[in-house]
Write a protein that binds this ligand. Structure first.
Ligand code: SF4
Ligand code: SF4
Length: 166
């Protein structure tokens, strides 16, 4: 009797397994072939800290106050500033060691001027760690977002700057 029960239990498990396989064979896939298809990040996605550009001036909103650098637990933000004739300060260098960044968002929350936001970009794989050091030139997040080129030659626009999302 015990053997018969075991046999029936095993057979039932076998049927259940087959059923799961069958159902998932006909179900539409939830994955897609990257990079033929491009994932558009949702609002709040954290790529890397990026500088928001003021659409009116075309310049970054950052005044080099260093609040973000002080808030960063890993000390991966380095800023050098200069002073304009009207006494306002501006960053002449804004460097991020992204290879060490843990995308915690604390720098974004610390910025009092909405000058920093987490970029929606996620294609930043590099062969050399030093290529993951971003500077002022490539940290600016354009207000109109990024244009990303796909393998088929088409482009998709992603990452509209939110400006200081906390
Ligand atoms: S996201 Fe976190 S670890 Fe990265 S730079 Fe900002 S505060 Fe530092
Ligand atoms: S906290 Fe904001 S304004 Fe201050 S240095 Fe950082 S990004 Fe610039």
């Amino acid at each position: 009797m015990h053997n018969l029960t075991s046999l029936l239990t095993g057979f039932w498990s076998f049927i259940c397994g087959l059923w799961v396989t069958l159902v998932n064979t006909v179900r539409p896939p939830v994955t897609f072939q990257y990079p033929e298809k491009y994932y558009v990040p949702l609002e709040g996605f954290r790529g890397y800290p990026a500088l928001v550009v003021d659409p009116e001036t075309g310049e970054t909103k950052c005044n080099g106050c260093q609040a973000c650098a002080r808030a960063c637990p890993l000390g991966v933000i380095h800023i050098e500033t200069a002073q304009r004739e009207d006494k306002k300060r501006y960053p002449v260098e804004w460097r991020l060691e992204f290879g060490r960044c843990m995308v915690c968002n604390l720098c974004v929350e610390a910025c009092p001027f909405g000058a920093l936001t987490m970029s929606p970009e996620y294609e930043f794989a590099e062969y050399r760690p030093e290529d993951l050091v971003y500077t002022l030139g490539n940290l600016k997040l354009p207000p109109e977002g990024f244009e990303v080129r796909r393998l088929d030659g088409s482009t998709v626009r992603t990452g509209l700057a939110g400006g200081g999302r906390g």
